[in-house]
Design a protein around this ligand. Sequence first.
Ligand SMILES: NC(=O)c1ccc[n+]([C@@H]2O[C@H](COP(=O)([O-])OP(=O)(O)OC[C@H]3O[C@@H](n4cnc5c(N)ncnc54)[C@H](O)[C@@H]3O)[C@@H](O)[C@H]2O)c1
Length: 358
Amino acid sequence: MSARSPLRAGVVGLGWAGQQHIAGYHDLADVELVALAGMEEHLLAELGDRYDVPGRFTTLEAMLGEADLDVLSIATPTALHAPMAIAALGAGVHVLCEKPMAPTAADAERMAEAATAAERVLEITFNKRNRAPVRTLRRLVADGVLGRVYYAKAGWVRRKGIPGLGTWFTQKESAGGGPMMDIGIHALDLALHVLGEPGVRTVSASTYAEFGPRGLGGGSYGAGARTAGDSPVYEVEDLGAAMLRLNDDATLMLEASWAQFVDHDRLYLEVYGTEGGAVIEVEGPDAPKIFVTTDVDGIPANLTPDMLADAGHEANVADFVTQVRSGASTERGQVGLLRTHVIDACYASAEQGGEVLL
Ligand SMILES: NC(=O)c1ccc[n+]([C@@H]2O[C@H](COP(=O)([O-])OP(=O)(O)OC[C@H]3O[C@@H](n4cnc5c(N)ncnc54)[C@H](O)[C@@H]3O)[C@@H](O)[C@H]2O)c1
């Protein structure tokens, strides 16, 4: 199947995430951004004018019916990812969907099945893996510089960072979960990506909701999602911690919080191997940072390597378009699906109070 040139692209969801996709498509020479969809009339007008997008819709159905799309980015509240992706894939459109893939692994499975049946690309946006320290560490691990990695820690912790307190972000049905689902999934992705996709065997997790139910811990994140009618509903955790046994016998400790008495917000990954260890900070006061500890000729050495180039959402959008254009991509949402299964297992483990086998 040869792709049209230029590819006709649409974006549904006009919040912070959708705006990153819009900018990403706008930057690409062989893509025409032909349609936007969202429920805010002012954003449709403002973004439509700024990026010169002719098609402006308030529903995905209207956009799919009229815009003749080749590719679609989905950046709506998480519970809408599955129905929207399945509708678009069924209409023959390739889909780049925001993380988390879906509120439950069952929804994510249905998305992957729809992509397979339609033979269309389904990719999930894990944008943090494009950041300079992550790219650099991934190369060091892949090239064996740290030896065999057997222990890792990953997390994203925030002092006061509950997004849109009381909006869809803090409701179980629309968001699927709290920080484990929202930002823990980024930390999980960084770890599995850097470690070379070892697969996950077991999960043992705990969750807590200590700030959100008291109306505390809100920050500036997700402010765009708030509307005047929002009630301060808080149904998800505000901290989750997990121990994961990986298929290569390595152990990964994972933590995610929206609100916690930490001294600063931080997205980090630490990996420890037989020949060296490394710490990266992707978000936080010291970010971007990479620090490698090893022995050089038997002498302890602490190294700060130069980093590979930094990138964000635009790299995900460009990579997705390249896959669609190649006509050979077999990505049907499997990467996102594994991460969703792990987060599902974290919640199941926390509820059962025991270890869960994947
Ligand atoms: N990768 C990242 O770094 C990153 C960052 C932020 C958010 N996200 C993800 O992106 C998604 C959106 O997050 P956000 O912060 O931009 O949310 P948001 O609430 O700010 O924006 C949501 C958008 O979806 C639109 N929408 C809602 N229901 C709709 C419907 N039925 N039809 C058409 N449009 C509809 C809204 O009008 C709005 O424009 C979430 O899944 C979130 O987890 C990812």
